[in-house]
Write a protein that binds this ligand. Structure first.
Ligand code: SF4
Length: 466
Protein backbone atom coordinates (compact mmCIF):
# COMPACT_ATOMS: atom_id res chain seq x y z
CA UNK A 1 0.00 0.00 0.00
CA UNK A 2 1.54 3.32 -1.01
CA UNK A 3 1.39 5.96 1.67
CA UNK A 4 2.76 9.44 1.57
CA UNK A 5 3.10 12.23 4.06
CA UNK A 6 4.88 10.29 6.81
CA UNK A 7 8.29 10.02 5.17
CA UNK A 8 10.07 11.19 8.33
CA UNK A 9 8.77 8.40 10.49
CA UNK A 10 11.39 7.00 12.88
CA UNK A 11 10.67 3.51 11.46
CA UNK A 12 9.64 3.56 7.79
CA UNK A 13 7.88 0.14 7.95
CA UNK A 14 5.33 1.74 10.27
CA UNK A 15 3.86 3.90 7.50
CA UNK A 16 0.99 1.52 6.79
CA UNK A 17 -0.14 1.73 10.44
CA UNK A 18 -0.57 5.53 10.31
CA UNK A 19 -3.17 7.47 8.40
CA UNK A 20 -3.96 11.18 8.14
CA UNK A 21 -7.61 11.79 7.33
CA UNK A 22 -8.09 13.78 4.12
CA UNK A 23 -4.43 13.52 3.08
CA UNK A 24 -4.12 9.86 2.28
CA UNK A 25 -6.33 7.27 0.74
CA UNK A 26 -8.45 5.63 3.46
CA UNK A 27 -7.11 2.47 5.05
CA UNK A 28 -4.96 1.60 7.99
CA UNK A 29 -3.10 -1.57 8.81
CA UNK A 30 -4.14 -2.98 12.21
CA UNK A 31 -4.71 -6.26 14.09
CA UNK A 32 -1.12 -7.23 13.25
CA UNK A 33 1.88 -8.07 15.41
CA UNK A 34 4.23 -5.23 16.36
CA UNK A 35 7.20 -4.60 14.07
CA UNK A 36 10.30 -6.19 15.58
CA UNK A 37 12.64 -3.54 16.93
CA UNK A 38 9.91 -0.95 17.60
CA UNK A 39 9.44 -0.25 21.30
CA UNK A 40 5.67 -0.28 21.00
CA UNK A 41 3.32 1.09 23.68
CA UNK A 42 1.37 -2.17 23.48
CA UNK A 43 1.57 -4.80 26.20
CA UNK A 44 2.33 -8.50 25.65
CA UNK A 45 -0.05 -11.46 25.28
CA UNK A 46 0.33 -12.46 28.94
CA UNK A 47 -0.42 -8.91 30.11
CA UNK A 48 -3.56 -8.81 27.92
CA UNK A 49 -4.83 -12.00 29.55
CA UNK A 50 -3.94 -10.84 33.04
CA UNK A 51 -5.74 -7.50 32.81
CA UNK A 52 -8.94 -9.24 31.78
CA UNK A 53 -8.89 -12.00 34.39
CA UNK A 54 -7.29 -10.27 37.36
CA UNK A 55 -10.50 -8.60 38.64
CA UNK A 56 -11.91 -12.07 39.52
CA UNK A 57 -11.58 -11.38 43.17
CA UNK A 58 -11.47 -14.76 44.92
CA UNK A 59 -9.14 -16.51 42.46
CA UNK A 60 -5.45 -17.22 42.90
CA UNK A 61 -3.67 -15.64 39.93
CA UNK A 62 -0.45 -17.64 39.60
CA UNK A 63 2.09 -16.48 37.03
CA UNK A 64 4.26 -19.33 35.80
CA UNK A 65 7.41 -17.51 34.78
CA UNK A 66 10.21 -15.25 35.96
CA UNK A 67 9.36 -12.85 38.76
CA UNK A 68 9.45 -9.85 36.40
CA UNK A 69 6.25 -10.91 34.59
CA UNK A 70 4.36 -11.10 37.89
CA UNK A 71 5.65 -7.80 39.24
CA UNK A 72 4.94 -6.05 35.91
CA UNK A 73 1.23 -6.84 36.33
CA UNK A 74 0.87 -6.85 40.11
CA UNK A 75 -2.46 -5.25 41.06
CA UNK A 76 -2.56 -3.99 37.50
CA UNK A 77 -6.14 -2.81 37.55
CA UNK A 78 -7.67 -0.38 40.01
CA UNK A 79 -10.52 -2.90 40.08
CA UNK A 80 -12.52 -2.73 43.30
CA UNK A 81 -14.05 -5.66 45.12
CA UNK A 82 -17.14 -5.78 47.28
CA UNK A 83 -15.72 -8.81 49.11
CA UNK A 84 -12.63 -10.99 48.60
CA UNK A 85 -9.22 -9.40 48.17
CA UNK A 86 -7.18 -12.43 47.10
CA UNK A 87 -6.81 -11.04 43.55
CA UNK A 88 -4.69 -8.18 44.81
CA UNK A 89 -1.76 -10.56 45.29
CA UNK A 90 0.58 -11.52 42.50
CA UNK A 91 1.83 -15.09 42.87
CA UNK A 92 4.72 -16.38 40.80
CA UNK A 93 6.71 -19.58 40.36
CA UNK A 94 9.79 -17.35 39.99
CA UNK A 95 11.45 -19.49 37.31
CA UNK A 96 15.26 -19.42 37.35
CA UNK A 97 18.01 -20.70 35.01
CA UNK A 98 17.85 -24.17 36.56
CA UNK A 99 14.11 -24.43 35.82
CA UNK A 100 14.69 -23.27 32.28
CA UNK A 101 17.14 -26.14 31.78
CA UNK A 102 15.31 -28.88 33.68
CA UNK A 103 11.70 -27.70 33.25
CA UNK A 104 9.35 -25.93 35.65
CA UNK A 105 6.43 -28.34 35.91
CA UNK A 106 7.34 -29.74 39.35
CA UNK A 107 7.85 -26.24 40.70
CA UNK A 108 4.46 -25.22 39.33
CA UNK A 109 2.71 -28.22 40.90
CA UNK A 110 4.36 -27.40 44.27
CA UNK A 111 3.31 -23.74 44.00
CA UNK A 112 -0.32 -24.69 43.37
CA UNK A 113 -0.26 -27.08 46.35
CA UNK A 114 1.15 -24.40 48.67
CA UNK A 115 -1.30 -21.72 47.52
CA UNK A 116 -4.33 -23.99 47.80
CA UNK A 117 -3.26 -25.08 51.28
CA UNK A 118 -2.71 -21.51 52.44
CA UNK A 119 -5.64 -19.65 50.81
CA UNK A 120 -8.25 -22.37 50.07
CA UNK A 121 -9.37 -20.60 46.85
CA UNK A 122 -12.28 -21.93 44.75
CA UNK A 123 -10.30 -21.26 41.58
CA UNK A 124 -6.69 -20.96 40.37
CA UNK A 125 -5.61 -19.37 37.09
CA UNK A 126 -2.13 -20.34 35.90
CA UNK A 127 -0.71 -17.93 33.35
CA UNK A 128 1.91 -19.01 30.80
CA UNK A 129 4.65 -16.46 30.10
CA UNK A 130 7.29 -16.25 27.36
CA UNK A 131 9.74 -18.62 28.94
CA UNK A 132 7.08 -21.29 29.50
CA UNK A 133 6.34 -21.19 25.77
CA UNK A 134 10.05 -21.60 25.08
CA UNK A 135 10.76 -24.50 27.47
CA UNK A 136 7.42 -26.19 26.71
CA UNK A 137 6.06 -26.96 30.19
CA UNK A 138 2.73 -28.80 29.88
CA UNK A 139 0.41 -26.44 31.75
CA UNK A 140 -2.70 -28.39 30.80
CA UNK A 141 -1.39 -31.58 32.38
CA UNK A 142 -0.14 -29.91 35.58
CA UNK A 143 -3.44 -28.03 36.03
CA UNK A 144 -5.51 -31.16 35.36
CA UNK A 145 -3.63 -33.15 38.01
CA UNK A 146 -3.85 -30.27 40.52
CA UNK A 147 -7.58 -29.81 39.91
CA UNK A 148 -8.20 -33.50 40.58
CA UNK A 149 -5.99 -33.49 43.67
CA UNK A 150 -7.58 -30.44 45.30
CA UNK A 151 -11.15 -30.73 43.99
CA UNK A 152 -11.22 -27.17 42.64
CA UNK A 153 -10.88 -25.64 39.18
CA UNK A 154 -7.31 -24.96 38.07
CA UNK A 155 -7.40 -23.28 34.68
CA UNK A 156 -4.35 -22.76 32.45
CA UNK A 157 -4.20 -19.47 30.53
CA UNK A 158 -2.20 -19.97 27.33
CA UNK A 159 -0.61 -16.55 27.18
CA UNK A 160 3.07 -16.86 26.30
CA UNK A 161 4.06 -13.22 25.88
CA UNK A 162 5.61 -13.48 22.43
CA UNK A 163 2.85 -15.58 20.82
CA UNK A 164 1.06 -12.72 19.04
CA UNK A 165 -0.01 -9.37 20.46
CA UNK A 166 -2.08 -8.09 23.37
CA UNK A 167 -5.33 -9.01 21.57
CA UNK A 168 -4.22 -12.66 21.60
CA UNK A 169 -4.06 -12.33 25.38
CA UNK A 170 -7.68 -11.16 25.41
CA UNK A 171 -8.65 -14.27 23.47
CA UNK A 172 -6.66 -16.48 25.86
CA UNK A 173 -8.52 -14.88 28.78
CA UNK A 174 -11.88 -15.40 27.06
CA UNK A 175 -10.99 -19.05 26.41
CA UNK A 176 -10.16 -19.49 30.12
CA UNK A 177 -13.40 -17.74 31.12
CA UNK A 178 -15.43 -19.94 28.82
CA UNK A 179 -13.98 -23.04 30.47
CA UNK A 180 -15.24 -21.58 33.73
CA UNK A 181 -18.73 -20.49 32.71
CA UNK A 182 -19.72 -23.16 30.20
CA UNK A 183 -22.65 -24.91 31.94
CA UNK A 184 -21.64 -28.50 32.61
CA UNK A 185 -25.13 -29.93 33.15
CA UNK A 186 -27.03 -28.29 30.27
CA UNK A 187 -28.28 -24.71 29.93
CA UNK A 188 -29.89 -23.10 32.98
CA UNK A 189 -33.31 -21.48 32.79
CA UNK A 190 -33.06 -17.89 31.54
CA UNK A 191 -33.91 -15.01 33.89
CA UNK A 192 -36.04 -12.70 31.77
CA UNK A 193 -34.86 -9.24 32.91
CA UNK A 194 -31.30 -10.18 33.66
CA UNK A 195 -28.19 -8.67 32.05
CA UNK A 196 -24.52 -9.66 32.06
CA UNK A 197 -22.08 -6.77 31.77
CA UNK A 198 -18.96 -7.82 29.85
CA UNK A 199 -15.71 -5.92 29.47
CA UNK A 200 -15.87 -3.65 32.48
CA UNK A 201 -13.28 -4.19 35.17
CA UNK A 202 -14.83 -2.16 37.98
CA UNK A 203 -12.09 0.47 37.95
CA UNK A 204 -12.93 2.78 40.84
CA UNK A 205 -16.34 1.07 41.17
CA UNK A 206 -17.62 1.65 37.61
CA UNK A 207 -19.55 -1.64 37.56
CA UNK A 208 -21.54 -0.41 40.54
CA UNK A 209 -22.53 2.79 38.70
CA UNK A 210 -23.78 0.88 35.66
CA UNK A 211 -25.42 -1.71 37.92
CA UNK A 212 -27.39 1.06 39.62
CA UNK A 213 -28.57 2.40 36.22
CA UNK A 214 -29.76 -1.08 35.24
CA UNK A 215 -31.57 -1.40 38.54
CA UNK A 216 -33.32 1.93 37.99
CA UNK A 217 -34.52 0.59 34.64
CA UNK A 218 -35.94 -2.47 36.40
CA UNK A 219 -33.21 -4.84 35.21
CA UNK A 220 -30.98 -7.15 37.22
CA UNK A 221 -27.18 -7.13 36.80
CA UNK A 222 -26.56 -10.87 36.70
CA UNK A 223 -22.73 -10.98 36.48
CA UNK A 224 -20.08 -8.46 35.46
CA UNK A 225 -17.07 -9.94 33.65
CA UNK A 226 -14.74 -9.45 35.20
CA UNK A 227 -15.10 -6.50 37.54
CA UNK A 228 -15.93 -7.57 41.08
CA UNK A 229 -16.66 -11.12 39.85
CA UNK A 230 -16.27 -14.24 41.96
CA UNK A 231 -16.08 -17.91 41.09
CA UNK A 232 -19.69 -18.47 42.20
CA UNK A 233 -21.13 -15.45 40.36
CA UNK A 234 -19.43 -16.45 37.11
CA UNK A 235 -21.02 -19.87 37.29
CA UNK A 236 -24.44 -18.15 36.86
CA UNK A 237 -23.47 -16.29 33.70
CA UNK A 238 -25.39 -18.49 31.28
CA UNK A 239 -28.72 -17.55 32.93
CA UNK A 240 -28.82 -13.94 31.67
CA UNK A 241 -31.10 -12.93 28.83
CA UNK A 242 -28.78 -10.25 27.41
CA UNK A 243 -25.03 -9.59 27.35
CA UNK A 244 -23.95 -5.96 27.12
CA UNK A 245 -20.32 -5.50 26.09
CA UNK A 246 -18.34 -2.41 27.11
CA UNK A 247 -14.80 -3.35 26.06
CA UNK A 248 -15.51 -5.10 22.76
CA UNK A 249 -11.78 -5.56 22.11
CA UNK A 250 -11.37 -7.86 25.08
CA UNK A 251 -14.80 -9.50 25.26
CA UNK A 252 -16.15 -9.71 21.74
CA UNK A 253 -14.83 -13.25 21.38
CA UNK A 254 -16.63 -14.44 24.55
CA UNK A 255 -19.86 -12.57 23.70
CA UNK A 256 -19.93 -14.36 20.33
CA UNK A 257 -19.26 -17.69 22.01
CA UNK A 258 -22.09 -17.16 24.52
CA UNK A 259 -24.46 -16.14 21.76
CA UNK A 260 -23.64 -19.26 19.80
CA UNK A 261 -23.58 -21.73 22.71
CA UNK A 262 -25.94 -20.25 25.32
CA UNK A 263 -28.32 -18.35 23.01
CA UNK A 264 -27.61 -15.03 24.76
CA UNK A 265 -27.63 -12.09 22.31
CA UNK A 266 -25.29 -9.18 22.92
CA UNK A 267 -25.19 -5.43 22.41
CA UNK A 268 -22.01 -3.36 22.19
CA UNK A 269 -22.41 -0.44 24.59
CA UNK A 270 -20.33 2.36 26.01
CA UNK A 271 -20.83 4.23 29.26
CA UNK A 272 -18.15 6.80 28.51
CA UNK A 273 -19.48 10.32 27.92
CA UNK A 274 -23.03 11.69 28.00
CA UNK A 275 -23.92 10.82 24.41
CA UNK A 276 -22.78 7.19 24.49
CA UNK A 277 -24.19 6.59 27.98
CA UNK A 278 -27.64 7.85 26.97
CA UNK A 279 -27.52 5.95 23.68
CA UNK A 280 -26.52 2.71 25.43
CA UNK A 281 -29.29 2.98 28.02
CA UNK A 282 -31.85 3.56 25.26
CA UNK A 283 -30.66 0.56 23.24
CA UNK A 284 -30.71 -1.71 26.31
CA UNK A 285 -34.24 -0.55 27.18
CA UNK A 286 -35.38 -1.04 23.58
CA UNK A 287 -34.03 -4.60 23.55
CA UNK A 288 -36.54 -5.67 26.20
CA UNK A 289 -39.48 -4.26 24.21
CA UNK A 290 -41.24 -2.98 27.32
CA UNK A 291 -42.40 0.65 27.21
CA UNK A 292 -42.08 0.95 31.02
CA UNK A 293 -38.35 0.17 30.82
CA UNK A 294 -37.96 2.66 27.96
CA UNK A 295 -39.85 5.28 29.98
CA UNK A 296 -37.59 4.70 33.00
CA UNK A 297 -34.53 5.01 30.77
CA UNK A 298 -35.70 8.40 29.47
CA UNK A 299 -36.38 9.63 33.00
CA UNK A 300 -32.98 8.47 34.18
CA UNK A 301 -31.19 10.12 31.24
CA UNK A 302 -33.04 13.41 31.77
CA UNK A 303 -32.38 13.40 35.52
CA UNK A 304 -28.70 12.49 35.35
CA UNK A 305 -27.92 14.77 32.39
CA UNK A 306 -29.44 17.71 34.25
CA UNK A 307 -27.42 16.85 37.36
CA UNK A 308 -24.07 17.19 35.54
CA UNK A 309 -24.98 19.89 32.99
CA UNK A 310 -23.52 22.69 35.12
CA UNK A 311 -20.11 21.02 35.40
CA UNK A 312 -19.96 20.18 31.70
CA UNK A 313 -20.94 23.71 30.66
CA UNK A 314 -18.47 25.44 32.94
CA UNK A 315 -15.60 23.18 31.77
CA UNK A 316 -16.63 23.62 28.13
CA UNK A 317 -16.26 27.39 28.45
CA UNK A 318 -12.67 27.03 29.69
CA UNK A 319 -11.69 24.33 27.19
CA UNK A 320 -13.15 25.59 23.90
CA UNK A 321 -10.59 25.44 21.09
CA UNK A 322 -8.11 23.14 22.85
CA UNK A 323 -6.68 20.12 21.03
CA UNK A 324 -6.34 16.59 22.39
CA UNK A 325 -4.36 13.47 21.55
CA UNK A 326 -5.82 10.09 22.52
CA UNK A 327 -3.84 6.88 22.87
CA UNK A 328 -5.74 4.09 24.60
CA UNK A 329 -6.02 0.30 24.62
CA UNK A 330 -9.08 -0.36 22.50
CA UNK A 331 -11.09 1.20 19.71
CA UNK A 332 -14.38 1.40 21.63
CA UNK A 333 -12.80 3.73 24.17
CA UNK A 334 -11.19 5.93 21.52
CA UNK A 335 -14.55 6.32 19.72
CA UNK A 336 -16.32 7.36 22.94
CA UNK A 337 -13.51 9.75 23.85
CA UNK A 338 -13.78 11.61 20.56
CA UNK A 339 -17.51 12.17 21.21
CA UNK A 340 -16.80 13.10 24.81
CA UNK A 341 -14.19 15.68 23.79
CA UNK A 342 -16.71 17.14 21.35
CA UNK A 343 -19.09 17.61 24.30
CA UNK A 344 -16.31 19.67 25.90
CA UNK A 345 -15.51 21.71 22.78
CA UNK A 346 -12.13 20.00 22.27
CA UNK A 347 -10.82 18.76 18.89
CA UNK A 348 -9.06 15.41 18.76
CA UNK A 349 -6.05 15.84 16.48
CA UNK A 350 -4.21 12.54 17.10
CA UNK A 351 -5.90 9.26 17.98
CA UNK A 352 -4.48 5.78 18.32
CA UNK A 353 -5.02 2.46 20.02
CA UNK A 354 -3.06 -0.63 21.00
CA UNK A 355 -5.56 -3.21 19.77
CA UNK A 356 -8.22 -1.40 17.71
CA UNK A 357 -10.05 -3.48 15.11
CA UNK A 358 -10.69 -2.65 11.46
CA UNK A 359 -14.38 -1.74 12.02
CA UNK A 360 -13.47 0.48 14.95
CA UNK A 361 -10.87 2.38 12.93
CA UNK A 362 -13.47 2.89 10.18
CA UNK A 363 -15.82 4.52 12.75
CA UNK A 364 -12.94 6.57 14.19
CA UNK A 365 -12.03 7.83 10.77
CA UNK A 366 -15.63 8.90 10.09
CA UNK A 367 -15.81 10.79 13.39
CA UNK A 368 -12.63 12.88 13.24
CA UNK A 369 -11.93 16.02 11.19
CA UNK A 370 -9.64 16.16 8.18
CA UNK A 371 -6.00 16.37 9.20
CA UNK A 372 -6.39 14.12 12.25
CA UNK A 373 -3.66 11.49 12.54
CA UNK A 374 -4.84 7.95 13.31
CA UNK A 375 -2.27 5.38 14.48
CA UNK A 376 -2.33 1.72 15.37
CA UNK A 377 0.17 0.21 17.86
CA UNK A 378 2.18 3.44 18.11
CA UNK A 379 5.57 3.94 19.74
CA UNK A 380 6.64 6.94 21.85
CA UNK A 381 8.63 8.53 19.00
CA UNK A 382 5.54 8.60 16.78
CA UNK A 383 3.29 9.91 19.52
CA UNK A 384 5.76 12.69 20.23
CA UNK A 385 6.15 13.59 16.56
CA UNK A 386 2.42 13.87 15.86
CA UNK A 387 1.42 15.52 19.14
CA UNK A 388 3.97 18.25 18.53
CA UNK A 389 3.11 18.64 14.86
CA UNK A 390 -0.59 18.95 15.64
CA UNK A 391 -0.11 21.24 18.64
CA UNK A 392 -1.96 19.02 21.11
CA UNK A 393 -2.55 20.52 24.55
CA UNK A 394 -3.49 17.27 26.22
CA UNK A 395 -2.80 13.55 26.01
CA UNK A 396 -5.28 10.95 27.26
CA UNK A 397 -3.62 7.61 27.79
CA UNK A 398 -2.39 5.14 30.35
CA UNK A 399 0.48 4.59 32.68
CA UNK A 400 3.04 4.25 29.87
CA UNK A 401 2.04 7.52 28.19
CA UNK A 402 2.07 9.73 31.28
CA UNK A 403 5.86 10.38 31.37
CA UNK A 404 5.88 11.16 27.66
CA UNK A 405 3.19 13.84 28.08
CA UNK A 406 4.92 15.45 31.03
CA UNK A 407 8.33 15.44 29.33
CA UNK A 408 6.76 17.31 26.43
CA UNK A 409 5.03 19.75 28.78
CA UNK A 410 1.54 18.52 27.90
CA UNK A 411 -1.43 18.05 30.19
CA UNK A 412 -2.32 14.39 30.84
CA UNK A 413 -5.41 12.40 31.82
CA UNK A 414 -5.12 8.76 32.89
CA UNK A 415 -7.86 6.68 31.30
CA UNK A 416 -6.29 3.37 32.13
CA UNK A 417 -6.10 0.70 34.77
CA UNK A 418 -4.77 2.44 37.81
CA UNK A 419 -6.92 5.53 38.13
CA UNK A 420 -8.82 6.02 41.34
CA UNK A 421 -11.99 7.78 40.25
CA UNK A 422 -14.76 6.49 37.95
CA UNK A 423 -15.09 7.81 34.41
CA UNK A 424 -18.21 5.81 33.48
CA UNK A 425 -21.78 7.01 33.31
CA UNK A 426 -23.05 10.54 33.87
CA UNK A 427 -21.08 10.99 37.07
CA UNK A 428 -17.98 9.72 35.22
CA UNK A 429 -18.53 12.25 32.41
CA UNK A 430 -18.53 15.04 35.02
CA UNK A 431 -15.36 13.60 36.64
CA UNK A 432 -13.68 13.46 33.24
CA UNK A 433 -14.63 17.07 32.42
CA UNK A 434 -13.29 18.26 35.77
CA UNK A 435 -10.04 16.34 35.34
CA UNK A 436 -9.45 17.56 31.78
CA UNK A 437 -10.16 21.10 32.90
CA UNK A 438 -7.90 21.00 35.90
CA UNK A 439 -4.93 19.56 34.01
CA UNK A 440 -5.26 21.65 30.81
CA UNK A 441 -5.91 24.87 32.74
CA UNK A 442 -3.28 24.21 35.41
CA UNK A 443 -1.09 27.26 36.05
CA UNK A 444 1.95 24.97 35.99
CA UNK A 445 2.13 25.15 32.17
CA UNK A 446 2.80 28.89 32.36
CA UNK A 447 6.04 28.16 34.16
CA UNK A 448 7.25 25.54 31.72
CA UNK A 449 9.33 27.75 29.47
CA UNK A 450 12.51 25.82 28.83
CA UNK A 451 12.35 22.78 26.58
CA UNK A 452 13.94 19.66 28.02
CA UNK A 453 17.60 19.35 26.97
CA UNK A 454 17.79 17.64 23.60
CA UNK A 455 14.11 18.28 22.76
CA UNK A 456 13.42 19.30 19.20
CA UNK A 457 12.56 22.93 18.49
CA UNK A 458 8.91 21.92 17.97
CA UNK A 459 8.79 21.04 21.66
CA UNK A 460 8.14 24.68 22.49
CA UNK A 461 4.68 24.45 20.98
CA UNK A 462 3.07 23.77 24.35
CA UNK A 463 4.36 26.91 25.96
CA UNK A 464 2.95 29.12 23.25
CA UNK A 465 -0.32 27.26 22.95
CA UNK A 466 -1.71 27.73 26.45
S1 SF4 B 1 5.35 -12.75 29.29
FE1 SF4 B 1 7.19 -12.22 28.10
S2 SF4 B 1 6.80 -10.19 27.21
FE2 SF4 B 1 5.25 -10.54 28.84
S3 SF4 B 1 6.14 -9.62 30.70
FE3 SF4 B 1 6.77 -11.77 30.72
S4 SF4 B 1 8.75 -11.83 29.66
FE4 SF4 B 1 7.82 -9.84 29.20
Amino acid sequence: MAFSGHTELPVAERAAFIYTKGRQKPGLKCEADSIAGCVSQRACVYCGARVVLNPITDAVHLVHGPIGCASYTWDIRGALSSGPELYRNSFSTDLKERDVIFGGEKKLARAIDQLVEKYRPPLVFVYATCIVGVIGDDLEAVCRVAARKHGIEVIPVQSSGFAGNKAAGYRAACAALWRLIEPAGGMPEKKSLSVNYLGDFNLAGEVWIVGSYLKQLGLELNVAFTGDATYRSLKNAAAASLNIVQCAGSMHYLAEKMQESCGIPYLNVSFLGLEDTADSLRRIARFFGDHRIEQRAEELIARETAAVAGVIQSCRKKLAGKRAAVYVGGGFKAISLIKQFRELGIDVVVVGTQTGRRQEYAVLSELVDNGTVILDDANPAELEKFMLEKGAHLLVGGVKERPLAYKLGLAFVDHNHDRKHPLSGFIGAANFAREVCSTVCSPVWRYVHTPVPGARAGGAVWAAAL
